[in-house]
Design a protein. Structure first.
Length: 134
């Protein structure tokens, strides 16, 4: 279970780097020539999707996801499932991340961290070998 937790945290960290971000008020002000922001102050705050990415470890599996009932759940669903139909306008911070911040960013984080995952497996095997004295 400890190994699965490390694996989940590794992928979660990369997914948090890849996830799209809502523009801040400053981003809106820079885009708007008048300098007046038009952002809804009660809307989703920056980082809510990033902070909503969770790791759940079970006996033989690990799950990295955005729960639907979390702060960023609705936004995460739109990004993963509705790109093109409902999710069109990408913010400045999301554009800076490029294609890594597109839909399926959690899956992409898992694929992109394969070398680090292999290193974790190697470390686990080394620890097992040392513990049994081979």
């Amino acid at each position: 279970k400890k190994f699965l937790q490390k694996l989940g945290v590794l992928i979660q960290g990369l997914a948090r780097k890849y996830c799209p971000e809502s523009p801040t008020r400053g981003d809106y002000a820079r885009q708007n020539k008048s300098g007046v922001t038009r952002r809804n102050p009660t809307g989703i705050t920056t980082g809510s999707l990033r902070d909503s990415i969770t790791v759940e470890v079970k006996d033989e599996s690990v799950s990295i996801n955005v729960p639907a009932n979390s702060r960023g759940g609705k936004y995460g669903e739109s990004i993963h499932d509705k790109k093109g139909s409902e999710w069109r306008k990408r913010g400045v911070r999301t554009k800076q991340k490029g294609s890594k911040a597109d839909e399926k960013f959690i899956f992409r984080a898992g694929k992109d961290s394969e070398k680090e995952q292999a290193a974790l497996v190697d470390n686990l095997l080394d620890d097992l070998i040392k513990s049994i004295g081979v």
